[in-house]
Design a protein around this ligand. Sequence first.
Ligand SMILES: C[S@@+](CC[C@H](N)C(=O)[O-])C[C@H]1O[C@@H](n2cnc3c(N)ncnc32)[C@H](O)[C@@H]1O
Length: 336
Amino acid sequence: MSSKDPLDEMTGGNAAVGSPEGGAEVEVGHLPVMVDEVVETLAPGSGSLQIDATLGGAGHAERVLDASSPDGRLLGLDADGAAIARSARRLARFGDRVVLRQTNFGEMAEVAPAAGFGRVDGILMDLGLSSYQLSDVERGFGFRAGGRLDMRFDTSRGRPAADLLATMAADELAALFRRYGEEPFAGRIARTIVETRRHTPVETAEQLAALVERAVPAPKARRTHPATRVFQAMRIAVNDELVALEAGLAASLLLLRPGGRLVVLSYHSLEDRIVKRFIASEQRGCICPPEVPICVCGRSPNLRSLGKSRTPSAKEVTANPRSRSARLRGAERVAA
Ligand SMILES: C[S@@+](CC[C@H](N)C(=O)[O-])C[C@H]1O[C@@H](n2cnc3c(N)ncnc32)[C@H](O)[C@@H]1O
C-alpha cells in the first residue's frame, strides 16, 4: 500500500483490507441501531471531537460526521481489521476529519491521545458484533458458518472458539455457558461437547449449533435458535468482552472533557448491567456511610446520567429485527 493511499493515511497504515482470513467478505450491510437517538444524545457540534469506539460498518460514524459538519473530527476504532478497511472506504469523503485505528477499545486511553483525541466531546460504544461479521461464513459468528469456529473480532490475538471447545473441561465449559450465556442447560451441553469431541472434533459453527439442538429438550415454541445463548457465551469468552467493556468505560472518564457525553448501546443484560452500574457508581459523589458526619472518602461525581435507558421504537424493530434487544444509556462528564 503506498503512503499516499487514503486508507493508509486514515488508519496510520494499520488496516487489514478484506476478510482477515482471506475468505470472501459478504457485503450485506449493517443498519445502525437507534441512530437518531445516538446523534441526539451525543449532540456532536461543528468543531467537536468524537470517538466511535466500535466502528463496525461506520453507519453511526457517518451520521456523527454529517451532524458535526463542517469541521468536527472523529476517531474510529474497531478490533476487526476488516471493519476498519470497510469504514475507511465509506468515510473517505470526510477526508482528514476522520482518523481510524484498529484496536481494542479497552486500550482507548492510550490510543486516543496518541491519535490526537486526548480530550473529546463524545464517545460512542455500540457493543457486540455487526451484520458483516455475522454473515461472514468464514468466521463462525452465525449458526450456518462453515469455516473453522473462530469468533475473534481481532484475528491476530487470542484463541479461536474451536480451540476452547477442544481443550476446556466439561465443568469449565458449563461454567462459561452459565456465566456468559445464562444457559439453563449448560451442564448437558458441555457434557455433549466433551463426549462428541472424543470421536469428532467440534470445529464449525454448524456442528456446534446442531450439537446444542440435540442436547437440549425441544421447547414447545421458540423465538430464537436453541444455540443462541451458547454462541453468545463463546463470543464473549473468546473476545474477553466484559473485561474490555469495563476498561473502555473507565477510559471514557479519562478522555471526556467536562460536558462531554458517553453513549452506550448494549444488546444483552450482562453488558447492560455493567454499563448501568458504571454510570450509577460514577454519578455518586460521597460514598461515606450515613453515620459519618463529615465526608472522609473525598469522592466527587464523575458523570451525570442523561436519564432512563431507551429502547428502539416498534417501527425500528420491524425494519431491523436485530435492533430488538438494544438498550441505550447516556451520561455526561462533569468537572471533577
Ligand atoms: C454492533 S457493531 C458496530 C456497528 C456500527 N455502530 C455501525 O453503525 O455500523 C460492533 C463493532 O464493535 C467491534 N468491537 C466489539 N468489541 C470491541 C472491542 N472491545 N474493541 C474494539 N472493537 C470492538 C466489533 O468488531 C464490531 O465491528
